[in-house]
Design a protein around this ligand. Structure first.
Ligand code: 26Y
Length: 817
């Protein structure tokens, strides 16, 4: 049977080779002799896509089965990462494709390198949506990911003179072989204008929305392969275009530009992803984007309902929608509008259907991140939806007044409309009121949601609150991106762990003390570090030592994530080196990566600081290579492939209570990094799983953070009472890292000394002590390796398969494989 398997593989290789050559000819119009590497990438991508399309069609067919509930995952962001490598893994044809490509005289890695990733997301929330699509397809849950086909995704980051510089992400420049445009699948979306009431022929009061403009949304489908199961799910993204009705009036008058203006305006809607991931500026275009994709998706849902031959009443059994944060929460009002205005359903019944259909995931507790829209703006862009929101609100507040008579303060707190100052629409309240389930993304986050941000709502309906701890897909984050570790694990425990992480990875525990296994484990990490060292040399030009401890912090740059706590510790180490107090310093390479929102001045200054500290330290002969500091530019999914697997230490050092979950923490730990982390988000659950003795915990708890602040926090006192901290800050201020310039980092120092909103100074001492424990632990490589093995073995819970099963069982009530 072994030869049979071999023959089958040889046949498959031949088949794939033929298929690549066919696509090279028929789709790209090239002969092998003149084909560029990019042509080979395209041909290979088409060959892989071809192998998904039959499943894709049968899956779409299956969706017509009326008894299967479809999950609609509504998200303004999907950070999918490169498709090709993942497709080969999930189709189970990576080895055959590698051989086929080699026989054509090309290297598969060079081909994979050609793919420009679709960066249609900012960070955690967008990447989570992508991991969930992988798990939904793997678990054979009928699902559609609905979002926006941004023409420009998250900007490309360059570093010039230490500062971040942004460039447009032209990801579609060379074509996108993964999407299938469905021009016939299009819907019209209204914007602006006003409403008029009228009486219909049955004498009923009705409202008509007379829009100022209309735009059309076109469906672009991307197949999402499940892991070796013959299933292909769908990512359906909407592109905005001008409606068919060319402006003949303007055209007749000879106003060519007037006629084209409509087209330009319409195409603007899906033009660019907003690069902020925390505070929202309340921009009109962003509200239009949200409404645009939500309206297209819901109209598509009604279309599917119709194709299935189901009635409106059966909607909640036929489809369920998950709101990925409040970004798509206008869906609650749009659903009501479609039911009432377009399908003539009465209010009560429409509300019942809506509540049963939607569930809402909250991803943040930061007040500045909770979406609010100014009332005048909302009225201007979505006049009919605002009327509906007012009606939802007034009915809701009646029930509150009924339940809590005389408690007008509660009414004000819970209202969808914030009446204070410049009045606004609170989208989290709309999402909560219109959903049958609300969830946080880690145990701590859910607890804090119930306690603080949504406390009143929790008191009202405690049973609709759930926790679903985030997870990440082991297909991409281990099997695809860490082939050495994958093969070591698979030789020892078989390959079932790839889609049964929760139950099977733990089998590794038995090898934790085995010296041969430990050596092999250590070698894998060492080789991954060598690869990253070469990449850093090539991209940044800094030479780093693979035998040093690789201490990595990659994530969006934000004050609450406290990259500057890490930097202060580095400055402190440098200070010790300058004073020749090098005892106990373990050789380390500090690696940072992450983008700052273009308008976030402090985050950009932190990037400059990291680069400045790096420049000084890396070039100081006194340091003699003991520590190095690297800023890896343009951190994204594609670069993540080389970074997570090379880490010894994962930095998860947010102010307790601020990071809802984190998912990078999971990617690191699954790939054998130990974590230095605060009591925050999913860190807590990771520590519970891997064991406190295999985790470096430090710092204030969430309750202590709140307490410290309410007691009148004075960072300046801490600065004055901690000599190491004072010296580190003074160094930055005095221009040691800026060629004597004392101005450039002044705003940074001022903020820390006078406000320090994220308690960097307060946690510094605990962090420095914890880092010393890390350094000491690293000197015992056998012990360290054992801890690393145990970390991986115990990370099974953090597979997105487990998260998606939680959603299926507790929230969506759908079956899964
Ligand atoms: C409103 C707009 C400016 C906006 C756009 C994107 C606001 C927020 C975001 C993105 C938020 C985000 O990525 N949140 C992260 O979600 C992850 C997945 O649940 C969490 O692990 C992480 O802690 C959280 O910060």
């Amino acid at each position: 049977s072994n030869t049979l398997v071999q023959n089958e593989s040889i046949n498959k290789t031949e088949e794939i080779k033929d298929s690549i050559l066919e696509h090279l000819c028929f789709n790209l119009g090239k002969s092998p002799r003149i084909a560029t590497l990019h042509d080979w990438y395209m041909a290979t991508a088409y060959a892989a896509r071809e192998r998904m399309m039959r499943n894709f069609v049968s899956y779409t067919e299956k969706m017509q089965n009326k008894t299967l509930k479809i999950v609609g995952y509504l998200s303004a962001e999907f950070l999918m990462g490169p498709h090709l490598g993942n497709a080969l893994i999930n189709l189970g044809i990576e080895n055959e494709t590698k051989k086929a490509i080699e026989q054509l005289g090309i290297n598969l890695n060079d081909v994979l390198e050609q793919e420009e990733e679709p960066g249609l997301g900012n960070g955690g929330l967008g990447r989570l949506a992508a991991c969930y699509l992988d798990s939904l397809a793997t678990l054979q849950v009928p699902a559609v990911g609905y979002g926006i086909r941004y023409e420009f995704g998250i900007f490309d980051q360059y570093i010039r003179d230490g500062w971040q510089v942004e460039a447009t992400d032209k990801w579609l420049r060379n074509g996108n072989p993964w999407e299938i445009v469905k021009p016939e699948l299009n819907y019209t979306v209204k914007l602006g204008g006003h409403t008029e009431s009228y009486t219909d022929d049955k004498g009923k009061y009705r409202v008509k929305w007379i829009p100022a403009s209309e735009i059309k949304g076109i469906a672009y489908d991307t197949p999402v392969p499940g892991y070796k199961n013959g299933v292909t799910g769908i990512l359906r993204l909407w592109k905005s275009e001008a409606v068919e009705s060319f402006d003949f009036h303007a055209f007749d008058k000879g106003d060519y530009y007037g006629a084209v203006h409509e087209k330009v305006f319409s195409e603007n809607i899906s033009k660019v992803l907003y690069p902020n991931d925390v505070s929202d500026e309340g921009k009109r275009l962003r509200l239009s984007q949200q409404y645009f994709f939500v309206s297209c998706s819901l109209q598509n849902a009604f279309h599917i309902l119709h194709l299935r031959g189901l009635s409106i009443d059966e909607f909640p059994e036929s489809m369920t929608f998950q709101l990925n944060d409040t970004h798509p929460s206008i869906a609650i009002a749009e659903m009501m509008r479609l039911l009432i205005d377009e399908h003539q359903v009465g209010w009560e019944k429409a509300w019942d259907i809506t509540k049963k259909t939607f569930a809402y995931t909250n991803h943040t507790l930061l007040p500045e991140a909770l979406e609010k829209w100014s009332l005048p703006l909302f009225a201007n862009v979505l006049p009919r939806l605002l009327e509906i929101i007012y009606e939802i609100n007034s009915r809701f507040l009646l029930t509150i007044r009924d339940k809590y008579p005389g408690d007008e303060d509660r009414v004000r707190r819970m209202s969808i409309i914030d009446e204070r100052g410049n009045k606004s629409v609170r989208m989290a309240h709309l999402a909560t009121i219109g959903s049958h389930a609300i969830n946080g993304v880690s145990a701590l986050h859910t607890k804090l949601l119930k306690q603080d941000v949504l406390h009143d709502f929790y008191e009202l309906e405690p049973d609709i609150f759930f926790n679903v701890t985030n997870g990440v897909t082991p297909r991409r984050w281990i099997k695809l991106y860490n082939p050495r570790l994958t093969s070591l694990i698979t030789t020892h425990i078989g390959e079932s762990w790839v889609n049964h992480l929760e139950t099977d990875l733990v089998k590794l525990e038995q090898y934790a003390d085995d010296p041969t296994f430990q050596q092999a484990w250590h070698d894998v990490k060492r080789q991954n570090k060598t690869d990253l060292a070469h990449l850093i040399q090539a991209i940044v030009g800094t030479k780093v030592n693979p035998d040093s401890l690789f201490d990595i912090q990659v994530k969006r740059i934000h004050e609450y994530k406290r990259q500057h706590l890490n930097v202060l510790y580095i400055a402190h180490l440098y200070n010790r080196i300058k004073q020749k107090r090098t005892d106990g310093i373990t050789p380390r390479t500090f690696i940072f990566g992450g983008k700052a929102a273009p308008g976030y001045v402090m985050a950009k200054l932190i990037i400059k600081l990291i680069n400045s500290v790096g420049e000084t330290i890396n070039n100081d002969p006194d340091v003699n290579g003991l520590i190095k500091v690297v800023f890896f530019p343009d951190f994204n999914v594609k670069n993540g492939a080389h970074i997570y697997k090379a880490a010894d230490l994962s930095e998860q050092i947010s102010t307790a209570g601020k990071e809802a979950s984190g998912t990078g923490n999971m990617k690191f730990a699954m790939n054998g990094a130990l974590t230095i982390g605060t009591f925050d988000g999913a860190n807590i659950e990771i520590m519970e799983c891997v064991g406190e003795e295999n985790f470096f915990l430090f710092g204030l708890h969430a309750a202590e953070v709140a307490e410290t602040k309410s007691n009148g926090y004075r960072p300046y006192d801490i600065y004055n009472s901690d000599e190491d901290l004072k010296q580190a800050i003074d160094m930055i201020q005095s221009g040691v890292f800026s060629h004597g310039d004392t101005g450039v980092f002044q705003p940074f120092v001022d903020t820390l000394l006078n406000y320090d909103p994220f308690l960097v100074l307060k946690d510094f001492r605990a962090y420095a002590e914890c880092q010393q424990r890390v350094s000491d632990a690293y000197t015992n490589q056998k012990e360290w390796t054992k801890m690393s093995i145990l970390n991986v073995a115990r990370m099974g819970k953090f597979s997105s398969d487990r998260s998606v099963k939680d959603y299926c069982e507790n929230i969506w009530k759908v079956n899964h494989a």
